[in-house]
Design a protein around this ligand. Structure first.
Ligand code: UD1
Length: 341
């Protein structure tokens, strides 16, 4: 009998890539999403990539406890990966209650229903944002979390704590939190990728939209940081590499391979790259010139953060392997696909 994984927020950027990798690894997947920040483009892409027209899709708001419970009651779910949540840092500062209510309620409902219906395994999509502005680099899982720089970041910290405490008190549960660094790129098929609504907040969608002519000019937020070239440094990780980490984590849970009932892993490459290096890399990978200018720093940005992914490499047996060039070519191919080119 195939094991079944519920992917909440499965129609979004990360969720759709994870759905593909789970199906290709032999799992059954149920995708559930309230479509608040996406359309069916990526879900249709997932069906094309996997050649599966029968992937169950449930339109569902996980803030609704009754609807969430019915989903768990009516399907045999072995593990749940929880992506459903709001993710815009700036918006979370403007509307903190919207973020706390949505991101916390939905996760607590998922845990409650999982418990009630015998689903033991819960994977939470956390973020490097939980480290705030770290005192040491690279960050390991035991690097202290510092105060989050936004309500969005705070919801990631709080959801980690909710999962940790739930696992501690409800012995039938076990959990994994994956702390993502900066996922970029798209599936090599160019059938799924990032679909920002309005003006993109994140760097790579802004770059690709500038390259295609949708935006006039990319602003580089600050070139006076205490970093080698003055621009911020991040750990940019290919979205397919990142998606595959979930397959390793789910397998570890389902095959009783966990050493503790709650585990945390950094999901990154371990290599810092500056904003300017990324821009140059994009130009080189795709043979084009990007219109950019140096602008003021953006509030809330940390100067530098990158992962020590040793624990994920050794314990999960997972490692990021795609080249920056391939990743940036995939991001560009996706933008061109969206433009019908
Ligand atoms: C943010 C979130 C992170 C989330 C990630 C999703 C925080 C502090 N950050 O990361 O939690 O997981 O998005 O990918 O919560 N930049 C520009 N010009 C632009 C856009 C960005 O120069 O138009 C720079 C930024 O200043 C930053 C870097 O590019 O130094 C990366 O920015 P971004 O893609 O927004 O990701 P983060 O802020 O690192």
């Amino acid at each position: 009998m195939k094991k079944c994984v519920l992917v909440s927020g499965g129609a979004g950027f990360i969720g759709s890539h994870v759905t593909v990798e789970l199906i290709e690894a032999g799992y059954d997947v149920v995708v559930a999403d309230n479509m608040s920040n996406c359309d069916l483009t990526c879900f249709e892409g997932v069906k094309k990539i996997t050649g599966r027209d029968d992937i169950p899709f449930v339109k569902l708001n996980f803030c609704d406890p009754v609807a969430t419970d019915i989903l768990f009651a009516t399907r045999k779910i072995d593990a749940v990966i929880h992506f459903a949540g709001f993710k815009a840092v700036g918006e979370s500062v403007a509307e903190p209650l919207k973020y706390y209510r949505n991101n916390l309620d939905s996760f607590m409902n998922v845990i409650d229903s999982a418990r009630a219906h015998g689903c033991r395994n819960i994977l939470f999509s956390s973020s490097a944002t939980v480290y705030g502005d770290p005192d040491e680099l690279p960050v390991t899982e035991s690097t202290p979390r510092k105060e989050a720089t936004s309500p969005y970041g705070n919801t990631k910290q709080m959801c980690e704590d909710i999962l940790r405490d739930s696992v501690k008190s409800y012995p039938q549960l076990r959990g994994i939190a994956l702390r993502y660094f900066n996922p970029i790129g798209a599936h090599p098929s160019a059938l799924i990728g990032e679909l920002p609504r309005g003006v993109p907040n994140n760097l790579v969608p802004f770059i690709t939209q500038t390259a295609i002519g949708k935006r006039e000019c990319l602003s580089v937020f600050g070139d006076d940081y205490p970093t080698p070239d003055g621009t911020c440094q991040r750990d940019f990780i290919d979205i397919v590499d990142l998606a595959q980490a979930h397959v390793f984590a789910v397998r570890r849970m389902l095959e009783d391979g966990m050493k503790k009932d709650y585990e945390i892993y950094n999901i990154g490459t371990g290599k810092p790259l500056s904003v300017m290096e990324l821009i140059k890399g994009f130009e080189k990978a795709n043979g084009l010139k990007l219109n950019y200018r140096i602008a003021a720093r953006r509030a809330g940005d940390v100067p530098a953060i990158w992962a020590d992914p040793t624990l994920a490499n050794t314990e999960l047996g997972w490692k990021a392997c795609r080249s920056l060039e391939d990743t940036l070519a995939s991001a560009w191919a996706w933008e061109k696909h969206l433009a019908g080119q």
